[in-house]
Design a protein around this ligand. Structure first.
Ligand code: WT7
Length: 646
């Protein structure tokens, strides 16, 4: 199972500088206010209390949201490892993102400052987002979308994308957002697995100045999906694209006759009803549909947004992720809107048209909280300190990081150049499956570069060996979590067995699939995946997905994909390819195979390195041993190869 040795542990452990938070920040922290209400000022003591009173903590949080009907049971196992939070409650997350703010000052407040790739911009208040969401919800109903139906969303980062998620959830349907960078066959497979009835897409968009033909890709995908009845097309570019009569409809036509004051009442959902499916890579070729539900997911994302980013009324919050990933679901759409904060929504890339695009946006909108990725930081570091130095970044007060380990060098650069050598960095560890941040500082904790610090309230994380025994301080091992939390995935869509593996790999605990250490202060350092998941620029790819793509090419007999450490992307993909009889390895074939991966999976999966090889190490049963290939490639000890084929 492991392709990652724990031998990297020593180098990273030498980084032990401690950065204390400032007194003012601590005094005003949201988390401290809650701690004090329970009689605590010390996080250690509070965290210990939260472990013993986890239900009280989550009940307190849930009460800050609106329930149509209160829940009866805070938590219960059904048939382990299946469980429920807030069972019996009636709830709608969209109500909590929008309707709940009516008659409060939030209603007239900006929900999103939208910044297009091309520099165009739009501003939407909570009220305007509410109007857009209701009209879209009505439009979906008019197309026959009902509670429980699945709707695929394949859109760029525009306000309509946010409204689409909210509209689907409002009427009790289930969204499945597909990242706009995925190719047609990846979109097709996700639509087929979710059995989506409708897909919402756009005429096209620009990213980093490049034209992306979303509708064309959607047409290709939908040609092979039996369940899609309607394709809704949002005008992002205002261009006319081929429309199939009876199937395709422009959003503006769909809602043309729906008055602005239309209100579609929020469907009162059971807490445990599905909110969304989001596909992510695992260690097989088939992406898994992670299932999140209405109630607990809302409570978890609301709470962590409030405490980790310490949201205050005047904040301008910007999460630079894409809504196609879980970070966007939890920390662009749901968590921030439930907290009533003003956000920036950005369609483009960090370096277009110049490497100061991010800092330009921070200055323009006076962003006070920025949440981005180590890959973005490392990428911008390359261009030098002069780019951020050109901008007034004094509005910032909190920095965030997510998606992969942040190396101490990048951490220090981020703090110095973006954080005026003073701002705290929230290095947040979590996963698509966890739904919410699980290990992260809050603004009251002293920080160590490269450490996600401590588990959130009620979260009992540990480092264990294969048998589940705690390995102790400063030793490498598997990261596990001992009890369910509200925003956790409930299952893998249509694949309960695959869900069970999370709780069965190491009996009775949640197995995250990461290697990590815990130091004498209880600070965690997450090192990387221990399965066949590769993290390229923070994006999650499965070795098997890339291999399946390659072997679907007529020239390829067999293929193996591994992740290799990369100074910029964290990891990059290297593939080893055996060609079929009658084909010769060549530079042209290499190019063709890379293009094949691009058009079948997407640009993010394209291997950086491709090596033709006559053979691959296999087990006696014929399974390719990626662990051995990787160790050889990196010059590391190969370890136990007793099951290796002669
Ligand atoms: C994997 C989950 C969390 C939302 C975006 C990624 C890695 C994530 C950190 C961090 C070290 C991290 C882990 C994890 N990861 N955050 N702060 N430090 N590693 O979600 O695509 O489901 O990937 O991302 O390896 O297992 P995801």
């Amino acid at each position: 199972m492991s392709n990652l040795g724990f031998e990297d542990t020593d180098t990273i452990l030498t980084e032990d500088r401690l950065f204390a938070p400032s007194h003012d920040v601590v005094e005003n922290a949201n988390i401290l206010a809650y701690m004090k209400s329970k009689g605590f000022t010390d996080y250690d003591a509070f965290h210990q209390w939260s472990l013993e009173n986890r239900f009280e903590f989550w009940e307190d949080m849930a009460k800050e949201l609106h329930w149509f009907e209160p829940w009866q049971t805070t938590f219960q196992w059904t048939t382990k490892p299946f469980f429920q939070w807030f069972a019996g409650g009636k709830f709608n997350i969209t109500y909590n993102c929008l309707d709940r703010h009516k008659d409060t000052p939030t209603w007239k407040k900006v929900a999103f400052y939208w910044e297009g790739d091309d520099g165009s911009s739009r501003t939407l208040t909570y009220e305007e987002l509410y109007v857009m969401t209701n009209r879209m919800a009505k439009g979906l109903q008019n197309l026959g979308v009902k509670k429980g139906d699945r709707v695929a969303i394949y859109l760029p980062a525009i306000p309509e994308q946010v409204a689409a998620l909210l509209a689907v959830a409002r009427i009790g349907a289930v969204h499945s957002v597909v990242f706009g960078g995925f190719a047609a066959s990846a979109l097709r497979d996700r639509i087929i697995d979710a059995e989506a009835k409708v897909v919402i897409t756009a005429d096209g968009n620009y990213r980093g100045g490049k034209h992306i033909q979303l509708k064309k890709i959607t047409d290709e995908a939908v040609a092979e999906t039996p369940t899609i009845e309607k394709v809704i097309v949002v005008h992002r570019l205002g261009s006319d694209v081929p429309m199939q009569a009876g199937r395709d409809v422009y959003l503006h036509d769909l809602i043309a006759d729906i008055p602005e004051d239309t209100v579609v009442p929020c469907e009162p959902m059971d807490s445990e009803d599905l909110l969304y499916i989001l596909y992510t890579s695992g260690s097989t070729g088939k992406p898994k549909g992670i299932v999140h539900v209405q109630g607990g997911y809302a409570v978890g994302t609301y709470t962590t947004t409030k405490f980790v980013f310490d949201i205050k009324d005047g904040d301008i919050y910007w999460c630079t992720a894409d809504i196609g990933w879980v970070t966007g679901h939890s920390y662009i759409v749901y968590g921030p809107l439930m907290n009533g904060v003003t956000s920036v929504l950005f369609e483009g890339t960090p370096t277009y048209p110049a490497p100061d695009r991010f800092w330009n946006i921070v200055e323009k909108y006076k962003v006070s909280i920025i949440y981005t990725s180590p890959t973005a930081i490392r990428g911008l570091m390359r261009f030098g300190e002069e780019w951020p130095a050109k901008h007034d970044l004094s509005s910032l007060r909190i920095l965030g990081s997510v998606g992969e380990p942040i190396n101490p060098e990048a951490w220090i650069w981020y703090r110095k150049n973006i954080g005026h050598s003073a701002l705290p960095i929230m290095d947040t560890w979590w996963q698509t499956e966890t739904g919410m941040i699980l290990i992260s500082p809050t603004v009251i904790l002293p920080l160590k570069p490269g450490s996600a610090t401590r588990p959130m309230p009620t979260i009992e994380a540990d480092i264990v060996d294969r048998d589940g025994n705690a390995v102790g301080q400063n030793k490498g091992g598997f990261l596990i979590i001992r009890h369910p939390w509200p925003a956790q995935m409930r299952t893998i869509y249509k694949d309960e067995d695959r869900y069970r593996t999370y709780w069965e790999t190491i009996p009775d605990v949640y197995f995250a699939g990461d290697a990590a250490t815990k130091d004498t202060d209880g600070y965690f350092r997450v090192q990387g995946r221990v399965d066949d998941v590769i993290k390229v620029s923070g994006h999650r790819l499965g070795s098997m997905e890339i291999e399946s793509s390659l072997v679907s090419h007529p020239a390829v007999a067999e293929a193996a994909a591994i992740g290799k450490p990369d100074p910029l992307k964290g990891e990059h993909v290297k593939v080893f390819v055996i060609v079929k009889h009658g084909y010769e390895p060549s530079a042209e074939l290499e190019k063709e195979l890379k293009l094949h991966v691009r058009t079948t999976v997407g640009a993010l999966a394209v291997p950086e390195e491709l090596e033709f090889t006559p053979s691959l190490p296999k087990t006696r049963s014929g399974k390719i041993m990626r662990r051995v290939i990787r160790a050889k490639e990196l010059g590391e000890p190969v370890g136990d190869i007793s099951t290796l084929d002669g």
